[in-house]
Design a protein. Structure first.
Length: 635
C-alpha cells in the first residue's frame, strides 16, 4: 500500500499581487509545482493557478514557513487561506509520522476586501474568524503527510487499495476539511497531470495518543486513535439521534493499537476497533434551562427507515453489530430505551445483536465489577469477533511505501451508547479494550500475556485521557467517571470532579453551545457566508422578560444579602423583608424556567428543526439541520 505524499513544508511568499506556496525539498533539483493565489482589490473568489517553475521574483518577497493547507473559507471579505503554522509529532505508525495541529493562521487573500464591507459585515467576519480559531484551537486535530489516518489498520491492509493522493483515498466520514479543500480538489481534478494532490492535507478530528512501554524486555507502543465522524457533528443538545441518511450524532470510531518491531525490521501491529454513536432514531432534547431538558421522540415509520439505514451503513463498514445500550430502563430515559427496543425488533436483522445493560442499575452502590456481567454475556460473540493482527514492511523511512498484510481480521464490532455516548460508554469501552490486551501481546510478542503494573497504569491513563478528549468536543468538559478508568475504583475526589463537570456542562450547554454549534456548521460547509444576505447575528426581537426576569432575580439576591447583613428594624419586619426578597428570587427563577427557551444560546447559522410526534415521514424533520443536495451527493 502506497500513497502520494503531501508536502510537509511550504514556503509562503506574500506580495501585493499574490500569495505563493512553494514546496520545500531537500533536493533542490526536484521540479516543483507551486500554488499561486491571485489577490484582488475586492471581495471575491481568489483565482488559483499552478506555477512551474516558481517565479524567480519569489526570493524578493516576504517569506514564511507553513506546514500544510487546511483549506479555503469564503467570508464577506472574500477567500481566506487557513494554514498550519505549527505541529507536534504524536506517533509513528508503519514508518509514517502522525502530527497534532498546534497552531494555525487564517490569511485574507484579497488586498483590501474588508474596506468595502459595511460595519455589520466587518463585525460578522470578526465573529466567523473567532469561531474558526476557537474550533481549530481545541487541540483535537490530527494529520499525516503520508499515512491515511482516516482508515484503521485492517482497512489499510486491504489489498485492493491503489496508489492515490491522500484526499482521494480518505474515508469521507473522517475527512473533516474536505469542504474547505474543494477549490484545490477541483483544481487537482482539472489538472491531473500535476501534483496538486500533494497540497491537499486531510484533517481528522478526534484523539491520538501513544505510550511507549516495555514488555518481556521488548519495546512496545500502546495507543488509541479515535476518529470522529463529520456527519451530524456538533454539540451535545444541538445534535442528537439520527438524520435521514442514517448518520448519528457523536459517532466515533475508536481503535486501540499495539505495535512492536521485530529483529528483522517487520512492524507487528494489533488493533481492536469499537464504535459509539447516538441512539439511532429521531429524538432530541430541547434546552430550556432545566437540568434535564424536554425530550421529544419520534418513533414512527420515518425513524425506522433511518434506523435501518444506520445499521446497514455500520454493517457495510464493520460487519455484524453488537449493539450495547447502557441507558436506564426506568425514569427519564425509559421511553427512549423502549423505542429503540421496538425498532430493533422490527428490524429483525440477524447481523445486529441488541443488548440492553442498565448501567446505573447494575452498577449502583459503586459495584463497577458488575460490568464483567455485561462482558460475560457477549463473550461468545467477542471470541468470534476477534481483533486485527497485521505485519508491515517499510521500504524506506518516510517513503510511504509500506506493505501491510493481515494475519488475522476483526469480524464484527461492538457499538456502545449511553445518552451522550460519553461517560458510561467510556467505562464499558475501556473494559472491552482491556480484555483483548493479553491476547494481542501474546500474538505480537509471545510470552504469557500477563499485563505488568506499569503497562496496566499506562493503559488506564490512556483511556481516561481519551474519555476526556471525546467529551470535551461534544460537551465542553472532561468526561465523568474517569477516576474509575484511571484507578479501577471510584473515589470521593472523583465524585466531586464529576459534580463540577456536571455543573460546567449545564452552563456551557445552555448558554454557550449555540456558538460552538455554529463553528462546526461554518467549518463543515453546512452554512455558507453570503455577503448579500441579512446578518445571522442580528439581535432577535426578544420579549421584555429576557431582560426583566434576570434583572429582577439579580436584584432579589442582592437585596436579600443586603437585608441579611444590614437590616436593623424589628424581628418581624426583618423576617418579612427576607421573605419578600426570597419570594422575588423564587418567582423570577420559576418564570425563567417557564420561559426557558427564551434564555438559552441557540445556533444562529443553521436553525434547528424542532421535532414533533405528529410529523409525517414526507416532512423529514429528523435532522437538527437539513442536509443540502450537495451534502447528499457527497455522501
Amino acid at each position: 500500500m502506497s500513497t502520494v505524499r503531501v508536502h510537509d513544508t511550504l514556503s509562503l511568499y506574500q506580495s501585493s499581487d499574490s500569495f505563493t506556496l512553494e514546496p520545500v525539498y531537500a533536493n533542490a533539483a526536484v521540479q516543483r509545482h507551486s500554488l499561486v493565489f491571485g489577490r484582488t482589490s475586492t471581495p471575491s473568489l481568489a483565482p488559483i493557478r499552478i506555477d512551474t517553475p516558481p517565479a524567480p521574483t519569489l526570493a524578493q518577497e516576504e517569506r514564511d514557513s507553513v506546514y500544510g493547507i487546511i483549506g479555503i473559507v469564503t467570508l464577506n471579505a472574500g477567500d481566506h487561506l487557513i494554514l498550519v503554522t505549527n505541529r507536534q509529532k504524536v506517533a509513528k505508525i508503519l514508518g509514517n509520522d502522525i502530527y497534532k495541529l498546534t497552531a494555525h493562521k487564517i490569511v485574507p487573500i484579497s488586498k483590501n476586501g474588508s474596506l468595502s464591507l459595511t460595519a455589520i459585515q466587518q463585525r460578522d467576519d470578526h465573529v466567523y474568524l473567532g469561531m474558526l480559531d476557537s474550533l481549530l484551537g481545541n487541540g483535537f486535530w490530527y494529520f499525516s503527510y503520508q499515512a491515511d489516518i482516516t482508515r484503521n489498520i485492517q482497512r489499510l491492509a486491504d489489498p485492493t487499495l491503489v496508489k492515490q493522493s491522500l484526499w482521494e483515498q480518505a474515508d469521507e466520514r473522517f475527512f473533516w476539511n474536505k469542504n474547505l479543500q474543494t477549490p484545490l480538489i477541483n483544481l487537482s481534478k482539472s489538472h491531473p497531470e500535476t501534483d496538486i494532490g500533494a497540497f491537499i492535507l486531510p484533517l481528522v478530528c478526534g484523539f491520538m495518543e501513544f505510550k511507549h512501554l516495555s514488555y518481556n524486555s521488548k519495546r512496545v507502543s500502546l495507543g488509541i486513535i479515535s476518529r470522529r465522524s463529520k456527519f451530524r457533528a456538533g454539540t451535545r443538545y444541538n445534535t442528537r439521534g439520527v438524520d435521514v441518511d442514517g448518520n448519528v450524532a457523536n459517532c466515533v470510531e475508536t481503535e486501540q493499537i499495539l505495535m512492536t518491531t521485530s529483529d528483522d525490521g517487520v512492524e507487528k501491529v494489533a488493533s481492536y476497533v469499537q464504535t459509539r454513536g447516538s441512539i439511532p432514531l429521531f429524538w432530541e432534547q430541547q434546552i430550556n434551562v432545566k437540568y434535564q431538558p424536554k425530550m421529544v421522540i419520534h418513533d414512527g415509520a420515518a425513524s425506522f427507515q433511518s434506523f435501518k439505514k444506520h445499521f446497514n451503513n455500520q454493517i457495510a463498514q464493520y460487519g455484524p453489530q453488537i449493539a450495547v445500550n447502557l441507558i436506564n430502563k426506568k425514569g427519564y430515559e425509559a421511553r427512549l430505551s423502549e423505542t429503540w427496543s421496538n425498532l430493533n425488533a422490527q428490524l429483525n436483522d440477524p447481523q445486529v445483536r441488541y443488548l440492553h445493560f442498565d448501567f446505573h442499575h447494575e452498577c449502583k452502590g459503586n459495584r463497577w465489577d458488575r460490568i464483567e456481567k455485561l462482558v460475560a454475556e457477549i463473550e461468545a460473540d467477542l471470541i468470534v469477533q476477534g481483533y486485527c493482527v497485521a505485519n508491515g514492511v517499510v521500504a524506506a523511512p518516510g517513503s510511504g511505501d509500506v506493505s501491510v498484510h493481515s494475519l488475522r481480521k476483526q469480524s464484527s464490532v461492538v457499538r456502545t451508547n449511553c445518552m451522550d455516548c460519553l461517560d458510561r460508554t467510556n467505562v464499558v469501552q475501556s473494559m472491552l479494550a482491556r480484555r483483548v490486551i493479553p491476547m494481542q501481546l501474546q500474538d505480537i510478542l509471545g510470552g504469557t500475556g500477563v499485563v505488568e503494573p506499569e503497562f496496566e497504569q499506562a493503559f488506564k491513563n490512556l483511556w481516561a485521557d481519551h474519555a476526556d478528549a471525546i467529551s470535551l468536543v461534544y460537551t465542553g468538559t472532561g468526561a465523568l467517571k474517569t477516576d474509575f478508568t484511571r484507578t479501577g475504583k471510584r473515589s470521593p475526589a472523583g465524585v466531586l470532579n464529576d459534580l463540577n463537570n456536571s455543573i460546567v456542562r449545564y452552563v456551557k450547554n445552555n448558554f454557550f453551545d449555540g456558538e460552538r454549534q455554529d463553528s462546526f456548521d461554518l467549518f463543515l460547509g453546512n452554512y455558507h457566508v453570503n455577503a448579500l444576505a441579512t446578518s445571522p447575528f442580528e439581535l432577535e426581537n426578544r420579549p421584555t422578560r429576557y431582560i426583566v426576569l434576570p434583572a429582577l432575580m439579580t436584584l432579589g439576591v442582592f437585596m436579600f444579602l443586603i437585608t441579611l447583613i444590614m437590616f436593623h428594624y424589628s424581628a418581624f419586619y426583618y423576617v418579612l423583608a427576607l421573605l419578600f426578597w426570597i419570594s422575588v428570587v423564587v418567582a423570577s427563577q420559576r418564570a425563567i424556567v417557564y420561559y426557558g427557551t427564551d434564555f438559552v444560546d441557540k445556533p444562529r447559522l443553521v436553525r434547528p428543526q424542532v421535532l414533533s410526534p405528529e410529523l409525517k415521514i414526507s416532512e423529514k424533520p429528523t435532522s437538527i439541520y437539513s442536509p443540502t443536495e450537495e451534502d447528499v451527493k457527497k455522501k
